[in-house]
Design a protein around this ligand. Sequence first.
Ligand code: NI
Length: 160
Amino acid sequence: MEITEFPERVLKEAGGAVEKFDAELERLVADMFETMYAAEGVGLAAPQVGLSLRLFVMDCEGVKLVAANPEILSAEGEQGGEEGCLSVGKIHAPLKRAARVRLRAQDVRGEWFEREAEGLAARCFLHETDHCDGLLFLDRLSPLRRDMVKKRFQKVKRWR
Ligand code: NI
């Protein structure tokens, strides 16, 4: 699948709920994993493949899962570190996030589950759930840093 990039409109839209847990969803999830691994990413949300849906896949520090209709149940503590996004040319910027995050979501068969994570996987829960809400990590940066990342991304795009 093709990865949609900033500033495409679909990345700014809150996704619709996943309602059908069928073979079509299984195929979509398999394609999203394949696309994520090909791009060497650790998480990928449906809006990043042009679909305005509340759905993401991730495989990050031993946490591999499909999350449909994700919700953040709790977010505690604080971690520093860098964050990037496949839709923004993997340009990284420092962004503080919660250190421990509890996620609730449905798996590919529609079963609800809860999962807690720390560190990078916790950051991934937050980043991918943001995508489902139409938010990019850019939206959480200071205006100065946001402009820096946008400018670097525009340059990268021009070189390709
Ligand atoms: Ni992203």
